[in-house]
Ligand binder design. Structure first.
Ligand SMILES: [Zn+2]
Length: 422
């Protein structure tokens, strides 16, 4: 991924370099960051293979490899088969060189993971955290928990490349500030990166929970897919758009806000946003619960709905399938507009088995043109609750390991004394 759609303010990101994240003697070699990108797939390669792949001379590649070896981001990885004489050494990206932190904050949960540089969790904490307690309380919890995870893993602060945070509301990604979030009193316009960076001078990137789930699901379950649309169906409804393997945030970070798209049905149903007939007002977990209550089937939460469907309750299965169809109507338009390879349905209601997905498929395949649906797959999410923390960590890792930031960091490290953790 991609540098964020809008360049974050310099004050937020100088930390990538200032933290001395990559260190080693004499390692300022322009282009080393670019070479690292080729190795991020984890494949071990020889100097000759890398020279060919990068279209560079052996000596240029060797200098870049040495710089990356000194930083720890690259490590020796055995030897290739000999073609006569000494077998050539191979090198591979070293995901253990540093760590990242991904925090997934929901309405009532806080999940934090310490990850390696592929976004794979090394240790995790899941606690009940009330987002309505306000930014100071919640972000102090993030800071304390991060400190604890680093201590327990025996990692130094210099090992941390950054912290990614997902919040349950709209976020202006370039500044990391929530924008009029409906369920987050006290958070509107709050400087989330500034709060966390008072403790550590590392990059802190913030996005909404659906975008980080889309990133997590893409990175872990479908890294080869170019165009993916992730739809979260839970108490609310939202989407994350991955186009050309990059998260597409739109002008101010509001891309994918599907919940308040008008559906042709139920024009009289009032939505929490004040409009009527929004998708979220007729097809979310909240809407299904309301509908079941009217039919005399008691359900308080999304897991109650999932339980009813798994237990064979016909009214619940029908309500979920109908919600799937209504979501499918909006997705048919999205599919025509975006032509994704894959639509992934996630969120707590996807656990209601096939009912939801079947409703979505029925309408999307029925309504979209054959060219758009010929290869289109619509599948349930598989990364589960880890999608959020993995996606949040992935967001900040991609930022910190972008070619130009690696070069800057190597250059500043080469003029600084050797730091811990290299
Ligand atoms: Zn609405």
């Amino acid at each position: 991924m991609p540098p964020p759609a809008a360049a974050p303010p310099a004050s937020v990101h100088r930390g990538a370099v200032a933290a001395g994240a990559y260190t080693g003697p004499g390692s300022g070699v322009p282009g080393a960051g670019e070479l690292l990108q080729l190795l991020r797939d984890g494949q071990p390669r020889t100097r000759a293979e890398l020279a060919k792949l990068a279209g560079l001379t052996r000596s240029t590649v060797s200098a870049r490899i040495d710089a990356l070896l000194a930083s720890g981001l690259l490590a020796p990885s055995g030897e290739a088969a000999s073609t006569g004489g000494r077998p050539p050494a191979r090198f591979a990206f070293n995901p253990q060189a540093r760590v990242a932190v991904g925090a997934d904050l929901g309405a009532t949960h806080g999940n934090i993971a310490l990850t390696d540089l592929t976004g794979q969790p090394l240790s995790e904490v899941a606690e009940r955290v009330d987002i309505s307690a306000g930014p100071v309380t919640v972000l102090d919890w993030v800071v304390e928990t991060t400190r604890r995870l680093l201590d327990e893993a025996g990692r130094q602060l210099d090992d941390l490349v950054g912290i990614g945070i997902g919040l349950p509301g709209p976020v202006e990604h370039s500044s990391g500030r929530p924008m009029r979030p409906p369920i987050m009193p006290g958070w509107d316009g709050y400087d989330v990166p500034g709060h966390v960076r008072r403790h550590w001078d590392v990059p802190v990137l913030v996005d909404n929970d659906v975008n980080i789930m889309a990133l997590g699901e893409h990175a872990m379950a479908h890294p080869e897919v170019e165009h993916l649309l992730f739809v979260k169906v839970a108490t609310g409804i939202g989407a994350g758009i991955i186009s050309g393997r990059r998260l597409h945030r739109g002008a101010v970070g509001a891309a994918g806000d599907l919940g308040h798209v008008a559906t042709p049905h139920a024009v009289d149903v009032l939505c929490t946003c004040g409009n009527t007939g929004c998708l979220e007002a007729v097809a979310s977990g909240r809407a299904i619960i309301r509908e079941l209550a009217a039919a005399g089937v008691p359900a308080m939460t999304n897991s109650d709905v999932v339980g009813l469907v798994s237990g064979g309750n016909i009214a619940a299965a029908q309500a979920v399938r109908q919600a799937g169809r209504t979501i499918g109507e909006v997705l048919a338009t999205c599919v025509s507009l975006l032509n994704p390879d894959l639509v992934v349905i996630g969120g707590s209601l996807v656990q209601a088995g096939e009912s939801l997905i079947a409703g979505v498929r029925e309408v999307v395949y029925g309504r979209s043109l054959p060219l758009a649906t010929g290869h289109l797959q619509i599948v349930p999410a598989t990364t589960g609750i880890q999608a959020g923390v993995i996606g949040a960590a992935t967001m900040v890792i991609r930022h910190a390991l972008a070619a130009d930031r690696v070069d800057e960091a190597l250059a500043s490290a080469s003029s600084a004394p050797l730091a811990v953790g290299g």
